[in-house]
Ligand binder design. Sequence first.
Ligand SMILES: NCc1[nH]cc(CCC(=O)O)c1CC(=O)O
Length: 322
Amino acid sequence: MSISNTPPALSITIATRESRLALWQAEHVKALLEQKGHRVNLLGMTTKGDQILDRSLSKVGGKGLFVKELEVALEEGRADMAVHSLKDVPMDLPDGFVLACVMEREDPRDAWVSSVCASLSELPQGAVVGTSSLRRLVLLREALDALGRADVRIEPLRGNLDTRLRKLDEGQYHAIVLAAAGLKRLGLSGRIRHVFEPADSLPAAGQGALGIEVRADRPDLIQALAPLVHLPTWHRVAAERTVSRAMGGSCSMPLAAYAQWEAAESGQLRLDAAWGDPEGLQGVVRVSEQAPVHDLAQAEALGQRVAEALRAAGAQPPAVGD
Ligand SMILES: NCc1[nH]cc(CCC(=O)O)c1CC(=O)O
């Protein structure tokens, strides 16, 4: 009989989307779990979010487009866990599912990719910039307006990372804006001309962080994932994701929320948020608050305060039923 405290080695199947980025992320988790002695294989799947390439995601609606099919696989026992970009995961998971792990964050910032110009200010007259998110669109528009660049157009850009880069290379855009994290994971950091500081393009809630979802009735998996958890990241993204939930955030709402530790080990979390109205009639609303955070409840309380501050400053969550 063994009296060791080492958790038992498990045989684990990870459900994953089949984009290059999703596969990289699943392989990354696989390698880490294998280092802990588990046996891991991948189950590749295509989700609704991957299939809809002709319409803007903000129109077809809702968070969770990339998540649902993976949850069905967990539900049916075809897979044990799903690795997600947290940015794409709704704050409230369906009943019976939990977020078992948040891993250390990759670069959360937005990146400027272009072969013709190194930054916004160098864009030629009448240039076209591509981006897929309303958040980036609203923040870019604000920055361009500040430069007096009404001539620059911002156009939608869809598809996985490779598709977006191809559209740029074909000349459909002068520049595009993407998450730095995805480019770095795929070894494409060489394509980044400029990373936006959070003050200039405030990141989306959860950007750059990976989360692992399991069924709530699998304590064995939750235990196996414990060594992969990075609590400082978890507290940051919990604060950010609370803002998104409290604002009724979906990809049809331009909303940014970004938390950072004021100083290493200070326990002081600063949370910045920005909201733009989807019609673009109102200016961007920005707020910032900070608080000591030592657990998830405190992180969520900070997120709640920031959401209230956003509303007090004029941000309007969508009407119920919208
Ligand atoms: N919405 C798609 C998506 N989901 C996660 C990432 C990047 C990686 C990450 O944020 O962890 C991207 C691509 C992008 O926004 O450019």
